[in-house]
Design a protein around this ligand. Structure first.
Ligand code: UD1
Ligand code: CA
Length: 459
C-alpha cells in the first residue's frame, strides 16, 4: 500500500475566537484542540505534517518531535496552507485534517481513507448532512457526483439550501493534488486560496471525486468561536463520561460532572454530583468521590473515600484513606493508606503516614508525619519564619494534643506526647511528654470576692 501522510492544518488565525492565544491551543476537556487531530493522525498515518502560522513555537513544541512542522508565513487560505506541506509529501496518499474539529473519530477518518484507497479516486471528501449548515462550505453534486464545494459566503441562496457540508477532511492522491492546487485562484469573498476549490478543479478535469458521508454529523462541528468551543466541549465531556461508565465507573449525575480526557478512573468507583477531575489524575477502583470534590493531577489508590468538597492538587492518596469533608491538599502532599485527613485541614508538601489521623482544623506544611500518629484538632505547623520555610517531623505513634503550635524546624520523637494548647519550639525526644504553655492558676473563692468589691464600690 502507498504511504499515507496526514497534513494537519493549524495556521488559521482563529480571528473569531478573539484570543491572544492560537486557536488550536485552547483547551478542550484537558487537552489543547490540536491534540485531537494529531492523535487521530498518529493513529492512522505513516507520517504527520503540521502546518502552523508564524510565531507558533508553542504549537510546534506541543506536537512533539515525531511531527514535521512547516510554517505558513502568510495566511492566504486553506489551499495555500496545504501547499506549504508539499516538500514533505510528494507522493502517496495525503489525508488533510483541520486543526479545529476535535470530535472527528478515528473510525470515521479511517472509513474515509479506506474508501479512498479502494476507489482510487483523485480526491475523496468527508461530508456531513447537518440540520444547520450555516457557515460551512456546501457540497454541490450533479447526478450524485461531487462537482465542487462553495463556501457559505460565496454561495447563492439556492446553494445555501444544500444540507451536505464539507468537513474539511479530505484524502488526495498526491499526484493529482499538487497540479490542481497550482490552479486555484483567490477569487472569492475573502480573497483566499481555498482548498475546497481543488475539488472543482479536479472534477472539471474529469477526475474521480468521491464523498464519504459521516454517520454521526455531530462529529463535524468545527470550533471557530467560543460558543462552538463550549458546544463541542459539552459533547466531548459526555463522551468521556460514557467511556468511564463503560469501564465500570458509576457517575450519579453526568450532567454536573466534569472529567477531563486525561483522567483514568478504576471500576466500581462512584462519582457524586458536581465533581471536577482534571489533569493527569489517576483514580483507583472502589473509591467514593463525594459531592463537589475538585481533583487536579492527583494519584488516588483503591477504596479511598473522599467526603464532600475536597480540593486536591498534585498529591498522592493511598489505598483506603479517608479525606474531608472540606479538606485542601496543596501540591506534593502524600496521604498514606488508611490515613484520615478531616474537616478544614490544609496540607502542603507534607506526608501523612499510614493509619495517621489529622481529623480537624489543622495546617500541616513541609511536614513528615509517621505512622499511627494522632494530630489533635487545631494543630498548626509554624513552617514559615518570614524569611524561609522549615520542616517539621513527627515520628510514628506520637500524639499531638489539640491546639498545638509546632514551631519548625522541629522533631517530635517516636511515641512522644504533646500537651494540649502547647507552643513547641524545641525537639521532643521519643517517649517524652512536652507541655509548652503557662501553668494554670486557680484562685479559690475569687468570684465571690470580686462581687463583694464591686458592691462596696457602688456603696
Ligand atoms: C473550512 C472550509 C469549509 C468547511 C469548514 C469545516 C475552506 C475554504 N473552507 O471553513 O468548506 O465547511 O472548514 O469546518 O477550507 N488554515 C490555515 N491557513 C490559512 C487558513 C486556514 O492553516 O491560511 C487552516 C485553519 O487553521 C483550519 C482550516 O485551515 O484548521 C480551515 O480554516 P478555517 O478558517 O477554520 O475555515 P472555515 O471557515 O472553518
Ligand atoms: Ca474552521
Amino acid at each position: 500500500m502507498d504511504k499515507l501522510t496526514a497534513v494537519v492544518l493549524a495556521a488559521g488565525e482563529g480571528k473569531r475566537m478573539r484570543s491572544r492565544q492560537p486557536k488550536v491551543l485552547h483547551p478542550l476537556c484537558g487537552r489543547p484542540l490540536i491534540a485531537y487531530p494529531l492523535r487521530a493522525a498518529r493513529t492512522l498515518a505513516d507520517r504527520v505534517v503540521l502546518v502552523v502560522g508564524p510565531n507558533a513555537d508553542a504549537v510546534v513544541e506541543l506536537a512533539g518531535p515525531d511531527v514535521r512542522s512547516v510554517v505558513q508565513r502568510e495566511r492566504l487560505g486553506s489551499g495555500h496552507a496545504v501547499l506549504q506541506a508539499r516538500p514533505e509529501c510528494v507522493e502517496g496518499t495525503i489525508l488533510v485534517l483541520p486543526g479545529d474539529m476535535p470530535l472527528l473519530s478515528v473510525e470515521t477518518i479511517e472509513r474515509l481513507v479506506a474508501h479512498h484507497r479502494k476507489s482510487r479516486a483523485a480526491a475523496t471528501v468527508l461530508t456531513a448532512v447537518v440540520p444547520e449548515p450555516q457557515g460551512y462550505g456546501r457540497v454541490l453534486r450533479q447526478g450524485g457526483r461531487v462537482k465542487r464545494i462553495v463556501e457559505h459566503r460565496d454561495a447563492t441562496d439556492a446553494e445555501k439550501k444544500t444540507a451536505e457540508i464539507n468537513t474539511s477532511v479530505y484524502c488526495f492522491a498526491a499526484g493529482r493534488l499538487w497540479p490542481a492546487l497550482g490552479k486555484i485562484r483567490p477569487d472569492n469573498d475573502q480573497g483566499e486560496y481555498y482548498l475546497t476549490d481543488v475539488i472543482g478543479v479536479l472534477s472539471r478535469a474529469g477526475a474521480r471525486v468521491d464523498a464519504v458521508v459521516t454517520l454521526d454529523p455531530g462529529e463535524a462541528v468545527g470550533v471557530n468561536d467560543r460558543k462552538q468551543l463550549a458546544a463541542v466541549a459539552a459533547v466531548q465531556r459526555r463522551r468521556i463520561l460514557d467511556r468511564l461508565m463503560d469501564e465500570g465507573v458509576t457517575i450519579l449525575d453526568p450532567a454536573s460532572t466534569y472529567i477531563e480526557d486525561t483522567v483514568t478512573v478504576g471500576p466500581d468507583t462512584t462519582i457524586h454530583p458536581q465533581v471536577v477531575i482534571e489533569g493527569q489524575s489517576v483514580i483507583g477502583g472502589e473509591c467514593v468521590v463525594g459531592v463537589g470534590c475538585h481533583l487536579s493531577s492527583c494519584r488516588v489508590g483503591d477504596r479511598v473515600t473522599l467526603l464532600p468538597y475536597c480540593v486536591l492538587r498534585e498529591s498522592v492518596i493511598e489505598d483506603a484513606a479517608t479525606l474531608g469533608p472540606f479538606c485542601h491538599l496543596r501540591p506534593l502532599s502524600h496521604v498514606g493508606s488508611r490515613a484520615k485527613v478531616g474537616n478544614f485541614v490544609e496540607l502542603k508538601k507534607s506526608r501523612i503516614g499510614r493509619g495517621s489521623k489529622v481529623p480537624h482544623l489543622s495546617y500541616v506544611g513541609d511536614a513528615t508525619v509517621g505512622e499511627d500518629v494522632n494530630v489533635g484538632a487545631g494543630t498548626i505547623t509554624c513552617n514559615y519564619d518570614g524569611v524561609a520555610k522549615h520542616e517539621t517531623k513527627i515520628e510514628d505513634r506520637a500524639f499531638i494534643g489539640t491546639n498545638t503550635s509546632l514551631v519548625a524546624p522541629l522533631t517530635v520523637g517516636e511515641g512522644a506526647y504533646i500537651g494540649a494548647g502547647s507552643t513547641i519550639t524545641k525537639d521532643v525526644p521519643p517517649g517524652a511528654l512536652a507541655v509548652g504553655r503557662a501553668p494554670q492558676v486557680v484562685k479559690e473563692g475569687w468570684a465571690a470576692r470580686k462581687t463583694k468589691k464591686r458592691e462596696e464600690h457602688r456603696g
